[in-house]
Design a protein around this ligand. Structure first.
Ligand code: SAM
Length: 230
């Protein structure tokens, strides 16, 4: 269970809204039962439910079970997708170990507003479900050209269908690249030309078929995890 509070032995903390009800009604936890807590900073703690009533609950951390770990996966830059597709991507790539998610605005990206708070909740639930101890950052959506302008020069793999591109699994060895996935309508020619001009960019292929953007994000993460992850 995720908490925003610091975790330290014997220091009782209160549940976030909704957690008491979830623990009582869904997980059937009672006073005195054990749960596991994490906050993305202090590792995983065994804690005791010290009070539970309606939607109020208090937990007392007792013992640290696992040290904090940070996912070693890539940073994902993904064109803003329709709300449902974006939420699906956030859930799946969190399970696959993405380090951070940066929505980018491209010429053909859908104009749906990117709801960062909601995406963070989805990432948090996915982290809980897959027993990951950190929650990927969901960055503010920025235009593609701004993201490129501010780029630190580290390797960036751009998923580009229909271009002469190296299969992602065959990128030369090196540090974990960040990954850029385009919108449902694809990148425009000028966007691809601008990307290709940067020395840190490698155009990568995910196979001969045109994948939906969300399929492309998940399959690219799976390839990176299989070839460079832990
Ligand atoms: N509308 C575009 C077209 O028909 O040419 C297709 C865009 S595709 C649905 C969405 C994004 O997924 C692309 O911008 C690209 O980043 C990624 N993608 C899809 N299939 C891919 C492939 N086979 N190799 C590399 N990237 C791919």
């Amino acid at each position: 269970l995720y908490t925003e509070h610091d975790l330290a032995e014997g220091e009782a903390i209160s549940a976030a809204p909704g957690q008491g009800r979830y623990l009582g009604s869904v997980m059937r936890k009672k006073e005195g039962d054990e749960i596991l807590l994490f906050n993305g900073r202090d590792g995983e703690w065994k804690a005791r439910v010290t009070a539970i009533r309606k939607d109020d609950a208090t937990f007392t951390p007792e013992e640290r079970r696992r040290a904090q770990t940070i996912a070693s996966g890539p940073v994902l830059l993904v064109a803003a997708l329709k709300r449902e597709a974006m939420e699906w991507v956030v859930e799946k790539v969190t399970e696959l170990g993405v380090r951070a998610i940066h929505p980018v605005l491209t010429t053909r990206a859908v104009p749906d507003r990117v709801n960062r708070a909601r995406l963070f909740l989805i990432a948090r639930e996915a982290a809980e479900q897959c027993e990951r101890l950190d929650v990927p950052e969901i960055a503010e959506a920025v235009p593609l050209y701004n993201a490129l302008g501010a780029w630190d020069g580290s390797p960036l793999a751009v998923a580009a269908e229909r271009r002469r591109a190296v299969p992602l699994a065959q990128l030369p060895p090196g540090p974990m690249p960040a990954l850029l996935i385009g919108p449902e309508g694809g990148f425009t020619g000028p966007e691809l030309d601008a990307l290709a001009r940067h020395p840190f960019v490698a155009m990568v292929s995910l196979g001969p078929r045109i994948l939906r953007a969300e399929t492309a994000a998940v399959s690219a993460l799976a390839v990176l995890q299989a070839t460079r992850g832990d």
